[in-house]
Design a protein around this ligand. Structure first.
Ligand code: PLP
Length: 282
């Protein structure tokens, strides 16, 4: 039977054992640094056909993030076992799997670690089909570029997203306040398509995206030419299509950028299938 209740498995951070946790009961203590400082890391992973997509890239980035924050090295086998156990309990259908690893309680110093799976939200499903209206916003903050990490600290990003929604947009693309260059989406990587060329912004403050990496590897094998490049907003406006790519939403075409409408390209379905195929190979 298909279960669409959230599923949680706690990972014991040093020994690596896993245990089921009732999703209706609390899990985090009041003095956990995830709560008081956003001090921890996470990964969001697409579950499709009983399989964690792109798992190797997620696991690698998770370890890089842990090292950047000085967290104990994750016992990857345990995280993968917990993911497998959660997939079995979740049942069929697409899901969003999250690995969360916090610095833990101030009073014990022991990290808090868990894996969850929940259904993909209706908003995300709709955005895959309908695309997104995107507000441009300067981003004046970044994590130190020599310590790349996917951290839990998204408060400023979420505030910007709320502002965008109040103004009639669905999402945000951040730009560099100094030179106006395009950085990334609020929770996604920007990819442009122009003929057989796929481009993604280059900047050392951008989180390296696992979806973009999988897409570029697959697209190269299909004859596309892919590279990172410093990109400005005019470049986005001149592209055949602009996409926000990320693990669980997979791909949403940008159909409005600020005040500019971006017309659907003739090959919209081909590009969507290309990105989808990249996710089912990993
Ligand atoms: N950039 C940011 C800031 C993100 O939060 C995310 C995903 O959450 C991405 C890029 C895309 O990364 P991925 O494709 O690994 O999901």
């Amino acid at each position: 039977m298909v279960s669409h209740k959230p599923v949680i498995f706690v990972v014991e951070p040093f020994g690596g054992s896993i245990r089921w946790h009732n999703p209706s009961l609390p899990l985090i203590y009041w003095d956990d640094y995830a709560v008081t400082r956003g001090d921890g890391i996470f990964e969001s992973i697409l579950i499709r056909d009983g399989h964690a997509a792109n798992l190797e890239r997620h696991a690698q980035r998770f370890c890089t993030s842990a090292a950047a924050l000085g967290l104990p090295e994750p016992i990857l086998d345990s995280w993968i076992n917990a993911t497998q156990a959660a997939i079995e309990e979740f049942g069929e259908g697409e899901g969003k799997c999250t690995w969360t690893y916090s610095r833990g309680r101030a009073s014990t110093g022991i990290p808090t670690a868990w894996v969850s799976i929940q259904p993909i939200s209706d908003v995300v499903l709709a955005q895959r089909e309908e695309g997104v209206r995107v507000m441009l916003s300067e981003r004046g903050w970044s994590f130190p570029s020599e310590l790349p990490a996917k951290t839990l600290n998204y408060a400023a990003t979420m505030a910007t997203l709320r502002l965008a929604r109040e103004r009639g947009f669905d999402d945000v693309i951040f730009t560099d306040p100094d030179d106006g260059h395009v950085l990334e989406g609020a929770t996604s990587t920007v990819v442009t398509v122009k003929g057989a060329k796929l481009r993604t912004p280059y900047d050392d403050t951008i989180l390296p995206g696992t979806t973009q990496a999988a897409l570029f590897a697959h697209a190269e094998s299909q004859g596309y030419r892919c590279k990172q490049k410093v990109i400005d907003v005019d470049y986005l406006l001149a592209a055949d299509s602009v996409w926000l790519v990320s693990s669980t939403r997979v791909a949403a075409r940008v159909r409005r950028l600020g005040e500019d409408k971006l017309k659907a390209p003739d090959n919209e379905n081909e590009i969507r299938s290309l990105i989808d195929a990249a996710m089912t190979r990993g």
